[in-house]
Design a protein around this ligand. Structure first.
Ligand code: AMP
Length: 127
């Protein structure tokens, strides 16, 4: 099934400057900002500027420059947040929820970078 991008989603509005965000990093093809409802002491969202719905959509259709930029932006955000595992108390989790089963709320690709505390088990076994 082809991906249909909804350009009225909240991150599209942030990218167009219609809604503000607490910016952490901006590169040619990517933007990173603090999650409005943080689930950990450090919680940043990294998004590509292009119209991609999910990680697989991006991986399958973005060009190499966008992909390189996005991967490097995630690395830079880890550095800015000081969650690199080599640091004392460091470590992070990168999550990208996709689609219905992944409980994705915002239909624009985003990678959550979470850290600043022990993040517990990856998934609840009960659900
Ligand atoms: P997901 O469930 O993976 O789609 O997560 C969407 C995330 O976007 C949630 O963690 C929300 O708190 C976050 N979010 C929604 N609106 C905003 C906003 N305007 N600025 C920053 N983060 C937002």
């Amino acid at each position: 099934m082809p991906y249909i991008y909804d350009n009225q989603n909240i991150f599209a509005k942030i990218l167009r400057g219609e809604i503000s965000c607490s910016k952490v990093l901006e590169t040619k093809y990517s933007l990173a900002f603090h999650d409005i409802n943080p689930a950990a002491p450090k919680h940043v969202l990294v998004i590509p500027k292009g119209a991609y719905v999910t990680y697989d959509h991006f991986a399958q259709t973005a060009n190499d420059a966008e992909i390189i930029d996005f991967v490097k932006a995630i690395g830079q955000v880890c550095k800015i947040l000081q969650v690199e595992p080599a640091q004392d108390g460091g470590g992070f989790r990168a999550i990208s929820n996709a689609g219905e089963a992944g409980l994705q709320e915002v239909p624009h690709l985003h990678v959550h970078i979470l850290g600043g505390r022990n993040l517990g088990p990856m998934l609840s076994k009960s659900q």
